[in-house]
Design a protein around this ligand. Structure first.
Ligand code: TMP
Length: 207
């Protein structure tokens, strides 16, 4: 239980899963209920984290360098924003967190799982989000959405459908391993249906 009953909530899923508008929806729901909320994202969320984001999204680099930079940005994000906000009783809603490193770097790129576990245990021992919404949908459907939404794809958005199917499978493995924390959202549906699922979940937090 965190200060004032606030929660750390994360949104995950492959590129094109449609998280963004639902993050806005959740934040509005929480604010309407009188909660103090910070909305943030990874990689990013701090001035240094945003500079690291720019590098990992656009510069070619070694797989382990990529994983280390994700965790470096995360350490800064935890120290500067996430942990102070939770200590002050604020809700934190983040577009991605460590599950994304498991899905993309371990699942998608093939980073050794023990390397990932070591970094996770170093950067946030014993700490995880309270609730994680995993937006799940076939990679082909998500790819169509990404193609429509951007004309300058980043290093991840340029990957093929097979990469995103591996990322998707890794997310689902992580969700199976921690069923208490994850809410799997069928993301191949319209916005209203997805928002209804989120609203129902929010209702359970305030009963
Ligand atoms: P976004 O497009 O959802 O803002 O995320 C940026 C990209 O970074 C997205 O393609 C997923 C990727 N990513 C990783 O590969 N590992 C990570 O740990 C995080 C947080 C994001």
């Amino acid at each position: 239980m965190r200060a004032g009953g606030a929660k750390f909530i994360t949104f995950e899923g492959i590129d094109g899963a449609g998280k963004s508008s639902q993050i806005e929806f959740l934040v509005r729901q929480l604010v309407e209920r009188g909660c103090s909320v910070i909305q943030t994202r990874e990689p990013g969320g701090t001035p240094l984290g945003e500079r690291l984001r720019d590098l990992v999204l656009h510069e070619a680099m070694d797989l382990e360098t990529e994983a280390l930079l994700m965790f470096a940005a995360r350490r800064e994000h935890l120290a500067q924003r996430i942990l102070p906000a939770l200590a002050a009783g604020q809700w934190v809603v983040s577009d991605r967190f460590t599950d994304a490193t498991y899905a993309y770097q371990v699942g998608g790129r093939g980073l050794a799982e023990d390397r990932f576990r070591a970094l996770e245990a170093w950067v946030h021992p014993g700490f995880q989000p309270d609730v994680t919404f995993l937006f799940d949908l076939p990679a082909e459907v998500a790819a169509g959405r990404v193609a429509q939404g951007t004309d300058r794809p980043d290093r991840f958005e340029r990957e093929q459908a097979e990469f995103f199917e591996r990322v998707r499978a890794a997310y689902l493995r992580r969700a199976t391993a921690d069923g208490q924390r994850f809410r799997i959202i069928g993301a191949d549906r319209n916005r209203e249906a997805i928002a209804a699922d989120i609203e129902a979940e929010v209702g359970t937090w305030f009963r």
